[in-house]
Design a protein around this ligand. Structure first.
Ligand code: PGA
Length: 242
C-alpha cells in the first residue's frame, strides 16, 4: 500500500482527481468505480473544474457505483443516484447510459445485484475504484462481521452506519435499513484502489485498517491484500503516522 498524508483536504482532492484525470487521458474508455458520502464530494468538485477547463473528458468513460439504499427510488433526493447526478454526472460529459448505480428500488434485488456484476464484466474491469471508509471500517456498505460476501449483495445496515448517515436525511427513522453493495470481492477486482479519509474521527479506524490484522471485522483491512492501493489521508486522519 502506498500511504500518503497530505497537508490539506484541497491537496487530497487534487491528488485523487489527478489520478483519475490521468487515467482518462491514457484510457478514455476507462471504467471508474465511484463512491458517495462526504469524502468524495471535493474530488468530484475538482474533476468538474478540470472538465470545465478542458483538462479531462468523460465522454467515452464508464462508471459503476459501490452501493445504493434499498427502497429509495432513483429520483429520491437522498438516493445515491441523485447524489451522483448532483455532484458529478450533470456537470460533466459522461453519457448517463454509461453510468451505473445499483437500483435499490428494483422489484427483484437478487437480479439487480447480478446485473451490477454483469455491467462490470461488460465494460470493466474497474480501472480505479474510489473508496471512503466508515467509522466501523466498512468499505461500500460491507459491514464488519465474521464473514463477508464477495459479490454484489443486499446488506443490513448497522445502526451506527444509519446514525452516521442520518445527517443527510434529517431523521434516523428515514434512513433505509438495507442497501445493495458491491462485495469485497468485486471491490478487490479493481485494478487500482484509492481510499480517501479525512478528519480526526477517522484516525483510529484508519490505523486499525492499515496497520492491524487483515480481518473481516474491519473490511477495509482486506485492502492490505491488494497490489495497487493508494491511501490518501489528511493530517488528522493520518495523525498516527506523523
Ligand atoms: P463518509 O462515509 O465519506 O460520509 O465519511 C464514508 C463511508 O461510510 O464509507
Amino acid at each position: 500500500m502506498n500511504i500518503r498524508i497530505l497537508n490539506s483536504r484541497e491537496d487530497l482532492n487534487a491528488t485523487a482527481a489527478a489520478v483519475i484525470a490521468s487515467l482518462l487521458l491514457n484510457k478514455p474508455q476507462a471504467m471508474l468505480g465511484l463512491a458517495t458520502g462526504s469524502t468524495p464530494i471535493g474530488i468530484y468538485r475538482q474533476l468538474v473544474e478540470m472538465y470545465r477547463k478542458g483538462q479531462v473528458s468523460f465522454a467515452r468513460a464508464y462508471s459503476v457505483n459501490l452501493d445504493e439504499y434499498v427502497g429509495l427510488p432513483p429520483e429520491h433526493p437522498q438516493s445515491y443516484r441523485s447524489f451522483m447526478n448532483e455532484h458529478l454526472f450533470q456537470h460533466i460529459d459522461i453519457p448517463l447510459a454509461h453510468t451505473r448505480v445499483p437500483d435499490g428500488n428494483a422489484a427483484d434485488l437478487a437480479a439487480e445485484c447480478a446485473a451490477h456484476e454483469q455491467a462490470i464484466l461488460d465494460h470493466g474491469p474497474v480501472d480505479v475504484q474510489l473508496l471512503g471508509i466508515g467509522h466501523n471500517g466498512h468499505i461500500g456498505f460491507n459491514e464488519p462481521g465474521q464473514g463477508l460476501k464477495g459479490a454484489t449483495h443486499v446488506v443490513d445496515l448497522e445502526e451506527g452506519t444509519r446514525a452516521a448517515n442520518a445527517r443527510f436525511f434529517g431523521n434516523i427513522a428515514d434512513v433505509p435499513k438495507q442497501a445493495v453493495t458491491m462485495g469485497v470481492g468485486t471491490i478487490l477486482k479493481a485494478k487500482q484502489i484509492i481510499l480517501v479519509a479525512f478528519g480526526a474521527d477517522k484516525a483510529d479506524i484508519v490505523k486499525q485498517a492499515f496497520t492491524g490484522p487483515v480481518t473481516t471485522e474491519c473490511p477495509a483491512s482486506l485492502l492490505q491484500c491488494h497490489p495497487n492501493v493508494l491511501i490518501l489521508l489528511d493530517q488528522e486522519a493520518g495523525g498516527w503516522l506523523i
